[in-house]
Design a protein around this ligand. Structure first.
Ligand code: A2P
Length: 277
């Protein structure tokens, strides 16, 4: 009997094995039945540039890590990491990831990469961030990055979603900028006046309806924002959304005279897919 008790006690005090590259979830927020965000601890060794992505995930049922590319939504100076995710009911990863709670562990491979970085663009006066759905994530990082306001006089962020509820995450980030102590200190009071936010919905009524691509083609977007049309001399752009959107907008920007850039060859616009299950 004693022996059994001893064995049981030993099992209880044995530390729970930690996942490789494990990080602890600190906060989870659900926005709609399709969207949620979470924050987790940041590995001390992880350095990244705002706008980059990493591989994150969970241990699969087969004992192998199930990882997907996720843009880091928090800025490079943040002590924690933030991610913004879709919930795909039968998606191998997000069907499970959507149930994480503070205290749970996620796997994070600390090798950041990506092209939605300031280094991949030539200097300009105005920067456009074009997002659909969870493609807002890298811009949630870049909008909280002081360099964005140091490098540009004007920052325009467009976000097209199906419903008004799907705009909430982005709207919260933008409203939070006014009270961001670091940005106010580094960039100065009122830095947020440089930002123009253009949210649109396609499947539910909201103050501005329509796909951003259509609103640019019709000229409505420029009229609403009270800005000159895009030109290669002044404008720089970053695109992140679903594949069809990326391709359509890429072509439109090239028709305005912009040229696709990369880390090794900075130009006037860059593009990245919002990764889905
Ligand atoms: P729509 O409702 O007209 O398809 P999703 O949630 O499917 O990733 O889509 C996010 C948003 O991107 C939706 O509002 C969707 O509009 C829009 N969208 C999808 N394809 C394109 C495209 N080719 N150009 C512009 N917007 C698009």
């Amino acid at each position: 009997m004693n022996e059994v008790t001893t064995v049981t006690d030993a099992a209880v005090v044995k530390p729970v094995p930690t996942l490789p590259d494990a990080q602890k979830v600190t906060e989870v927020k659900h926005y709609t039945d399709r969207l949620f965000s979470f924050r987790c601890t940041r590995p001390a060794s992880l350095r990244f540039r705002s706008g980059e992505f990493v591989m994150i995930g969970l241990m699969g049922d087969n004992g192998k890590p199930l990882l997907r590319a996720y843009s880091i939504a928090s800025p490079s100076w943040d002590e924690e990491l933030e991610f913004y995710s879709i919930k795909v009911p039968d998606g191998p990863l997000t069907s499970k990831l959507q149930h994480i709670k503070p205290g749970d562990e996620v796997i994070l491979r600390p090798k950041p990469v990506g092209t939605l970085v300031h280094d991949a663009l030539l200097p300009g006066k105005r920067i456009w961030f074009f997002a659909t759905g969870t493609g807002f994530a890298p811009f949630a990082s870049l909008l909280r990055e002081p360099q964005t306001y140091e490098d540009y006089d004007e920052v325009i962020i467009t976000h097209t979603c199906r419903t008004a509820g799907e705009l909430t995450y982005g709207r919260d980030i933008i409203e939070g900028l006014k009270d961001d102590e670091l940005l106010n200190e580094v960039i100065g009071d009122g830095f947020w006046k440089k930002i123009k936010y253009y949210p649109t919905t396609t499947r539910e009524d909201s103050p501005k309806m329509g796909r951003i691509t259509d609103l640019i083609n019709s000229g409505d977007a420029f009229k609403d924002l009270e800005v000159e049309p895009i030109c290669p001399k002044n404008d720089r752009a970053m695109i992140c959304g679903n594949l069809a959107f990326n391709l359509e907008l890429k072509e439109m920007l090239e028709n305005f005279g912009l040229v696709e850039g990369a880390n090794s060859d900075p130009q006037t616009y860059v593009v990245e897919k919002a990764f889905l299950d």
